[in-house]
Design a protein around this ligand. Structure first.
Ligand code: ATP
Length: 415
């Protein structure tokens, strides 16, 4: 059987992954957990999310005759641990014996699009057991987690949890040990630290029970990194199979058909040059077939903005990111071709001296030898920008965004 759970936490505490870790322990008596539990990141633009819009699913090879007992354990665990008093917490549980194609399709839509509570409850009810608490929104994530088979791509995350009495207090992690663990296991692990910005990125600052999470493609390397981290005591840890780092949220789109709160890959040519607005955000526009859209590299994307600032009108690019306020919030950019850019300069005289302008439309004269020239010189600028894919740094990366280190071709990973 497959058990999906979502929407059990609030900004003040808990985490659905922690509930999953406790549940997996409780389920040991009733069957065998198959593979790694799944942590599925859904549409990262959903306004109801607490943090990373994650939902979890566990596959259990249950002992015969225990189905009702297992359902009872799951419901009791959610009732005991979920933050029911928080206004935005609406837990959902789905239990299915198999994963029908319709549920797989629903899951894909929940990762990329916005789906309705009723659709989730009806669909889950048609194929299995569903428990909707409060307004039932959590059923969306619970069903989507069950339906995410991660056949196309996946990565792993080991999440270590804090002792309960420490939750809400500052976390104690030896940051040097995180840099050492990264050095020993990157690129099989990634997004532990942000070297360029000299910070660790694998530990949240919220009051939730997560101490840190180590992400990567190889469970042995993740385990090795885990053993290298020096920190406060770990209450428990668990390895999830996940769609993190896969770009599963991105849809190929046309500029006229993009919708708010969805994420796209869009091609075009730079139509308005980058400029920096208050707060340090860098904005430019791209256009295709007469339609244009703004693109933003926000301040938290730090050094990524240096790439964006070098763009010139006419450069061909492909942008990756979510649409918010008819603006693409950049997660990645591929520079496909660069136009030749020139600066205008006063001409250099044959005697070697740079000429001075005589006046408006009157050409240039050399002060040394008196030589006259009609036109200025156009100097080709070194664009100082290589073609290829660029990404925001680890400190600004969305859970579901694919780090370039996982991609091949002409990539410029940010480490
Ligand atoms: P955490 O990751 O820390 O567990 P969260 O960020 O996952 O928290 P939730 O508390 O799960 O946030 O809230 C997200 C809510 O949005 C859930 O009820 C989930 O079912 C719902 N949801 C997720 N994806 C979609 C979607 N594509 N369309 C509509 N609702 C969605």
């Amino acid at each position: 059987m497959y058990i999906g759970i979502d929407d059990t936490d609030s900004k003040n505490g808990m985490c659905t992954t922690y509930l999953a870790a406790v549940l997996v322990e409780r389920l040991q008596n009733y069957g065998e957990v198959v593979g790694h539990p799944r942590l599925v990141r859904l549409n990262p633009n959903i306004r109801y999310k607490t943090r990373g819009n994650g939902a979890i699913a566990v596959q259990l090879e249950e002992k015969s005759g225990y189905a009702a007992r297992i359902e009872d354990v799951v419901v009791r665990t959610v009732e005991e641990m979920a933050e029911f008093d928080a206004p935005n917490t609406n837990p959902g549980i789905v239990i299915l014996d198999e994963i029908p194609e319709e549920v797989k399709n629903f899951s894909k839509r929940a990762v990329q699009d916005i789906v309705a509570i009723k659709e989730a409850i009806d669909l889950a009810g048609r194929y299995g057991q569903v428990r909707a608490f409060k307004n039932g929104r959590g059923v969306i994530g619970a069903l989507a987690a069950v339906g995410a088979t991660l056949e196309e791509d996946h990565s792993y995350e080991l999440i270590a949890y804090r002792q309960r009495e420490r939750c809400g207090t500052p976390r104690h992690i030896d940051e040097r040990s995180a840099f050492e663990a990264n050095k020993a296991t990157y690129p099989l692990t990634w997004d532990t630290v942000d070297i360029t910005n000299n910070t660790i990125v694998f530990s949240p600052s919220s009051p939730c029970p997560v101490l840190f999470g180590i992400r990567g493609d190889d469970v042995d390397a993740i385990q090795k990194a885990f053993e290298m981290i020096r920190s406060e005591p770990v209450e428990r840890h668990i390895v999830f199979k996940t769609n993190q780092g896969t770009d599963a949220h991105l849809m190929q789109g046309g500029m006229t058909s993009v919708k708010e709160e969805r994420s796209y890959i869009l091609g075009g040519a730079v139509s308005a040059p980058p400029h920096t607005i208050e707060g340090g955000h860098v904005i430019f526009s791209i256009a295709e077939n007469g339609h244009k859209i703004d693109c933003a590299a926000y301040e938290p994307t730090k050094n990524f903005r240096d790439v964006v600032r070098k763009l010139c009108v006419g450069d061909e690019v492909t942008v990756y990111g979510a649409v918010k306020g008819h603006t693409i919030n950049l997660e990645k950019i591929e520079i496909k071709s660069l136009v030749e850019c020139f600066v205008r300069q006063n001409p250099i005289c044959k005697c070697g001296k740079r000429m001075k302008s005589v006046g408006c439309n009157q050409g240039y004269r050399c002060k040394k030898c008196g030589t006259h020239a009609e036109a200025s010189e156009h100097i080709l600028i070194d664009r100082e920008l290589d073609l290829g894919l660029y990404e925001v740094p680890p400190s600004a990366r969305r859970h579901i965004s694919k780090p370039l280190i996982r991609m091949s071709g002409n990539v410029h990973p940010s480490i």
